[in-house]
Design a protein. Structure first.
Length: 289
């Protein structure tokens, strides 16, 4: 369940709302696009496939302990996402309104509607959000007013800032900083980054990064996705009472890491999504603590 746990954490932070830009630079590169042009490029870069399938390697690293898994992923665009580990021991099915999971070794299962997950996480979750995260696309509409032009050199990513609007107890709304970075070559998402302050002396940094983009049938997909969770503790006593998070005053320790690697991506093939929960399996509860 560890992969599901951090996937839920990712969903929490990726469901936050954009915030107004507060950083401006005066040394602009004239070759750079403005916010309106970037938004238009992002819209044109969206993938238009009917179905997606790939072999998937999953590597989990928790405080230095690593585990690796092999799986298959299948997506029917705008309808369903299906994950199956080797020999079908663990399977996940995500539909437009529900999430399902079962484990043959532990003989347990999860079955929950998105409305139930909304109550637990304190936010509005959608199938579209999860699908967008997997294929490196924005989880919601991008607005010009959210543009951050602090990076101006040719080749730098385009940045949009985020703030949080959520009832979730998992996040301290008063000390949240978030942003996402758009690739300046293919206009897919390069990275989601979120800082969530946990107390006076520390905060967690979550980073969802996309690597090794590949072209399949004239559409662009990431070959690798990495999710990092790093805990930072203050080293400068004067920083304790500061609202601004200055990384120079903190020391970071990588706590968790999830690596996803897609291999042999194929588009628009016909396939089935076999999923049946045995009647004697025990139901489990969602836990994102």
């Amino acid at each position: 369940m560890r992969f599901l746990k951090y996937f839920f954490v990712l969903i929490i932070i990726s469901s936050c709302k954009p915030t107004k830009d507060i950083t401006r630079s005066t040394n602009l590169d004239t070759e750079r696009l403005n916010a309106k042009q970037v938004i238009r490029k992002v819209s044109k870069s969206k993938s238009k496939f009917r179905s997606f399938q790939s072999k998937l390697k999953i590597k989990l690293n928790n405080k230095g302990k690593s585990k690796s898994y092999s799986a298959n992923i299948r997506i029917i665009k705008d309808k369903a996402i299906w994950l199956s580990s080797t020999a079908g021991i663990v399977r996940v099915l995500i539909t437009k309104d529900s999430l399902f999971y079962y484990n043959k070794l532990q003989k347990n299962y999860l079955k929950s509607s998105f409305s139930n997950i909304d109550e637990i996480l304190g936010l509005k979750l959608s199938y579209e959000t999860i699908e967008s995260l997997l294929i490196s696309e924005p989880v919601e509409k991008i607005n010009k007013s959210d543009f951050n032009d602090s990076f101006n050199s040719k080749g730098d990513p385009y940045i949009f800032n985020w703030s949080i609007i959520s009832n979730s107890s998992q996040i301290n709304k008063n000390v949240f900083e978030g942003s996402y970075f758009i690739n300046s070559n293919n206009f897919k998402i390069n990275q989601y980054s979120f800082k969530i302050k946990q107390g006076r002396n520390n905060f967690n940094l979550y980073e969802l990064s996309y690597f090794d983009f590949t072209e399949v049938d004239n559409m662009t997909f990431p070959s690798k996705i990495k999710l990092y969770k790093t805990n930072f503790e203050v080293q400068d006593i004067e920083q304790e009472n500061s609202v601004t998070l200055n990384l120079d005053n903190y020391e970071g320790v990588l706590m968790d890491q999830i690596n996803l690697e897609f291999k042999s991506i194929k588009l628009n093939n016909k396939f089935k999504l076999p999923f049946k929960i045995p009647g004697d399996y025990k139901k489990i509860l969602i836990d994102v603590q």
